[in-house]
Design a protein around this ligand. Structure first.
Ligand SMILES: [Zn+2]
Length: 282
C-alpha cells in the first residue's frame, strides 16, 4: 500500500457521547490496518499555521474553550485536539497521505460559523484550509462530504491559487452551497440521488476546471454521503471507487482529509475503495 494513513490515538480522547465520537475513526483505523495500510503519527499544527486560515481572536477563544454552540461542544482541551487534527492534515499534504484525524473541519470559517450558518457543525479548525495554505501551491479542493463545506468556501472565496469544488446534498445543513461564484463551484444534489447521478455530476463538475490551474488535488473526504448516513446521497462502495478513478485521472499529487461519515466500518471500506486506483497507479 502506497498511501499512508495519518492517525493518532490521541484523537480518541473527547466527545464519547456525540455522534462525531471516537468510535467512528477508531473502527476506520482498524479496518485500514486490516487492509495493510501503513500509519503515520502527526504533530500538532503551529499557531502560525492556524493563523493562515483563521482570525487571531477565534484561535484565542478556541484556546480558552469559549466556542460552544448546539452542535459543537466546548470540550476540555479542544484546542489541542483540533490543533493535532490540523497537523494531521498538514502531514497528509506533505506525504500525499490520508488523514483520518478528528475533529473534522470544513464547516469552520475564518472566525467560526461561516456564511450565516448557526453552528460550526462539529468543526473547530478548518484542517483542509490550514493544510492547503501550509503547502501554498495552486490547489483544487474537491469536497465530497455530503454537507456543503461553507467554512472552506468562506476562507478561499476569491483566492486565485485555489479552486473549491463541492458536491453535496441540498437543501440540507448548513443551507449554503446552492450557487457558484468565481473560484467556488457548487453542485447541489438531491437526497439519495444514487451512484449514477453522483458520478455524472462529478464528471460535469470536473469538466469545468482547467487542469493547468492546479498542481495538487486536496480531497475533503466525507463519507456521510454513503447510503443511510447523515447526509445520504444513497452512495455505495462502488461509487467511492469511481470517485477515486476520476481523482487519479487528474494526474496530480493528491492528499485526503477526513470530514464526516458516522459509521466507522463503512468509512474504512469506502476509504480503501477511494484509494484503489491511486494505489494501482504508482
Ligand atoms: Zn458532512
Amino acid at each position: 500500500m502506497n498511501t499512508k494513513i495519518v492517525f493518532s490515538e490521541k484523537c480518541l480522547g473527547y466527545g464519547q457521547y456525540h455522534i462525531e465520537g471516537p468510535a467512528r475513526v477508531k473502527k476506520a483505523a482498524e479496518v485500514l490496518k486490516g487492509f495493510g495500510y501503513e500509519f503515520l503519527e502527526p504533530e500538532p499544527a503551529s499557531e502560525d499555521d492556524l493563523l493562515r486560515a483563521h482570525d487571531v481572536e477565534y484561535v484565542w477563544n478556541l484556546k480558552k474553550s469559549l466556542v460552544e454552540d448546539p452542535d459543537t461542544p466546548a470540550y476540555d482541551n479542544i484546542y489541542e485536539f483540533a490543533r493535532l487534527a490540523a497537523g494531521g492534515a498538514i502531514l497528509a499534504a506533505k506525504v500525499g497521505g490520508f488523514s483520518i484525524m478528528r475533529p473534522p473541519g470544513h464547516h469552520c470559517g475564518r472566525s467560526g460559523a461561516a456564511l450565516g450558518a448557526y453552528t460550526r457543525g462539529f468543526c473547530y479548525l478548518n484542517n483542509m484550509a490550514v493544510a492547503v495554505r501550509h503547502l501554498g501551491k495552486p490547489t483544487l479542493i474537491l469536497d465530497i462530504d455530503g454537507h456543503h463545506g461553507n467554512g472552506t468556501q468562506e476562507i478561499f472565496q476569491g483566492d486565485s491559487k485555489v479552486t473549491y469544488l463541492s458536491l453535496h446534498r441540498h437543501p440540507h445543513y448548513p443551507g449554503t452551497g446552492n450557487d457558484s461564484r468565481g473560484n467556488v463551484l457548487n453542485f447541489p444534489l438531491w437526497a439519495d440521488c444514487g451512484d449514477e447521478a453522483y458520478l455524472e455530476t462529478l464528471d460535469a463538475a470536473l469538466s469545468q476546471v482547467s487542469k493547468r490551474e492546479f498542481e495538487v488535488v486536496a480531497v475533503s473526504a466525507g463519507f456521510d454521503t454513503h447510503m443511510g448516513d447523515l447526509a445520504s446521497l444513497g452512495l455505495t462502495e462502488k461509487c467511492y471507487r469511481g470517485i477515486g478513478e476520476r481523482i487519479a485521472e487528474l494526474g496530480r499529487s493528491v492528499f485526503f482529509v477526513l470530514e464526516g461519515g458516522y459509521q466507522g466500518e463503512i468509512i474504512g471500506k469506502d476509504i480503501d475503495q477511494l484509494l484503489k486506483r491511486l494505489e494501482s497507479r504508482s
